[in-house]
Ligand binder design. Structure first.
Ligand code: ADP
Length: 231
C-alpha cells in the first residue's frame, strides 16, 4: 500500500505511523492549548458567592474547551429583557436580590439538559443554588445519563466581592441588593459546599486573585480534581 503513494506522501504516512500516543497528546496540547489527557468531555459546577469571578472564568474555560457555559443569571436577564413568560415571573426576584423560585429554575434546567450540545460537556454557573436544586440536578444527571460533575468552589472575601460588584455596575449591583445577595448566598447556597464535599467532588480555588491567576490555578486544580461520589 505504501508503495502506491507518491514519494512525498510516503514519508508523511510513515511518520504518522511512528508517532506514539504520547506524541499525539503533545500535538493536541500544542495545537489546542489543552492537555491531551484532559480533552475528554468536562462537566463542572462553579459554586461561590456573587462577585467571586465564576462567570468570567466559566466563559474563558468554556471558550477554550468549546463546551456550553450555562449561566442561569444570564438566561434570566435575557428572559427579563425579552419580556418572556420566564422573564416576567423572574423579574421582581432578580431585581430584589432574592432567588427565583426553585420550580422555575428546575424547569429551565430540565429544558437546557435536553439540548444536544450537552454531550460535549458543560459548565454550570449559578445552578444549583439551593439544596432542592442540587437534588433536582442529581435527578437530571441520571435522567439524561450525564456523568457526575466536579464542583469548583470559588472562595472570596466579602470586601473584595462588594468592591467588584460595585465596579461591574449591573442593574442588581446597588449596595442594598448586593448585601441581600450575599446574605442569600450564606443562607441558601453555602450549604452546598458541605453537600458536595461529602460527595468528594469539591475543589476550592482562591477567587481573591487576579483574573489571570485564578484562570491558572483553576487549570491546575482541574488536572487533579476528581469526583468519586459514594454510591
Ligand atoms: P451573581 O453574580 O449575583 O451570582 P447571577 O448572574 O448568577 O449573579 O444571578 C443573578 C440573579 O439571578 C440572582 O441574584 C437570582 O435572583 C437569580 N438566579 C440565578 N440563578 C439562580 C438559581 N439557580 N436559583 C434562583 N435564582 C437564581
Amino acid at each position: 500500500m505504501l508503495t502506491l503513494l507518491p514519494p512525498q506522501f510516503r514519508l508523511d504516512f510513515a511518520a504518522f505511523r511512528v508517532l506514539s500516543l504520547g506524541h499525539w497528546q503533545h500535538l493536541v496540547t500544542v495545537y489546542f492549548g489543552v492537555s491531551g489527557r484532559d480533552i475528554k468531555p468536562m462537566q463542572l459546577i462553579f459554586l461561590g458567592p456573587p462577585g467571586a469571578g465564576k462567570g468570567t472564568q466559566a466563559s474563558f474555560l468554556a471558550e477554550r474547551r468549546q463546551i456550553p457555559h450555562i449561566s442561569t443569571g444570564d438566561i434570566l436577564r435575557d428572559a427579563i429583557a425579552g419580556k418572556t413568560a420566564l422573564g416576567i415571573q423572574a423579574q421582581n426576584h432578580v431585581e430584589a436580590g432574592e432567588l427565583v423560585p426553585d420550580l422555575l429554575i428546575m424547569a429551565l434546567m430540565r429544558e437546557r439538559f435536553g439540548q444536544s450540545d450537552m454531550v460535549r460537556g458543560w459548565i454550570l454557573d449559578g445552578f444549583p443554588r439551593t439544596l432542592p436544586q442540587a437534588h433536582a440536578l442529581d435527578q437530571l444527571l441520571s435522567l439524561f445519563r450525564q456523568p457526575y460533575p466536579r464542583v469548583v468552589h470559588f472562595e472570596s472575601s466579602p470586601d473584595i466581592l462588594v468592591k467588584r460588584m460595585l465596579a461591574r455596575g449591573r442593574k442588581d449591583d446597588n449596595e442594598d441588593t448586593i448585601r441581600r445577595r450575599l446574605d442569600v448566598y450564606q443562607e441558601d447556597t453555602a450549604p452546598l459546599i458541605d453537600f458536595y464535599q461529602r460527595r468528594r467532588c469539591l475543589t476550592t480555588v482562591n477567587g481573591n486573585l487576579s483574573v489571570d491567576e485564578v484562570a491558572r490555578t483553576l487549570e491546575e486544580a482541574l488536572l487533579q480534581a476528581q469526583c468519586s461520589p459514594p454510591v
